[in-house]
Every structure is written in C-alpha cells, then in structure tokens.
Design a protein around this ligand. Sequence first.
Ligand SMILES: CC(C)(COP(=O)(O)OP(=O)(O)OC[C@H]1O[C@@H](n2cnc3c(N)ncnc32)[C@H](O)[C@@H]1OP(=O)(O)O)[C@@H](O)C(=O)NCCC(=O)NCCS
Length: 151
Amino acid sequence: MNVRHLVLGDIEAVENLDHAIRGPDRSKTWDVYIDRVLRSGYLDGLPHPPWGCFIAENSGELIGFIVAERQMPTYGLPPGARIVALAVDPAYRRRGVGKALVAKLVEDCKKSGLDNIYSILMDEDERDAAFLESAGFAPANFKVFSRPIPE
Ligand SMILES: CC(C)(COP(=O)(O)OP(=O)(O)OC[C@H]1O[C@@H](n2cnc3c(N)ncnc32)[C@H](O)[C@@H]1OP(=O)(O)O)[C@@H](O)C(=O)NCCC(=O)NCCS
C-alpha cells in the first residue's frame, strides 16, 4: 500500500469510491463536502496537490482517501485541520488504511504548524468514533449548539 497526496488525476477514482459507498454505509456526517472539495479542485485546475488531501493505493488502484481543510482561527475553536471526508474501500477495511491516511494528515499538520485535528460526528456514528479513538482522537470539550429553523 502507498499513501500519497491527491492529484487531479485521482478525482474520478475518488468519486467512484465515494459513490460506491453512499447509502447505508455512508456516515450521516459525510454531507456534501466531498463534492464541494472535488468541484473546487476542478475549478482551480489543481496547480499543486491540495493541502490535507491524500489517497491510498494498492497496485495502482485507489483503496481509500482523506480530504481535510485548514480550520481558520475563529472565535471559540482553536486553529487546526478538520477532516471533511475519509473513506476506505470496504474490501480493504480493518487493515490500517484509514490509520495510514490520518498519519499522513498529521504530517501535513506538523509541517504547517497546526496542533489540532477536528472531526465532527453525529452521536450515532459509533463505528466512526471507534476508528477515530483508535487513531488517537478523543471527544473534545467543546459544546456545539444548533437550532432547527422553523418552516
Ligand atoms: C471508518 C473507516 C474510514 C475506517 O477505515 P479502516 O481502514 O477500516 O480503519 P483501520 O483499519 O485503520 O482501523 C483502525 C482501528 O479503528 C477501529 N475501527 C475501524 N473500523 C471499525 C469498525 N467498523 N468498528 C469498530 N472499530 C473500528 C479499530 O480499532 C481498528 O483497529 P483493528 O482493526 O486493529 O481492530 C472505514 O470504515 C470507512 O470508510 N467507513 C465508511 C465511511 C465513513 O464512515 N467515513 C467517516 C469516518 S470518520
């Protein structure tokens, strides 16, 4: 297995994997972010690999990806990186691919002087929580408030 920066030529394979695991396997926190990040990649023509985005490949076949963004310093949340999307091909899970992708993001954060990585999950995403805890994450002591918008 090899883990490297995502480049323009990977986008179709990333989209294919993302689409293949949509549905019951897809975390509710996944949302539309992956599409947004990939679309902005198209727009910019990706002169450089995007920061915080990596793919894992096996014999040239894409088997996983991670897309992260730098979290701008805003009131109440220390600067860091935020994981937008992370997925491993179901045929390659539980072999350390997810962990290797997070490790690459940690390297990018170190180089950029960032000292925190955030991942926001819904309470019911217990499977993802188990993965994150195994990759060194712990529940943060932030409070997230939300208010439904009345129709
Ligand atoms: C979550 C996901 C990325 C994990 O990828 P992975 O390559 O299988 O993870 P790893 O092999 O690196 O797992 C490392 C550890 O995390 C934990 N873990 C991973 N998947 C788990 C699961 N389904 N249930 C419980 N623990 C899990 C285990 O402790 C595991 O170590 P072990 O296999 O030695 O027991 C993958 O299951 C996936 O793509 N899920 C669907 C997409 C998704 O929900 N993404 C959002 C993630 S925040």
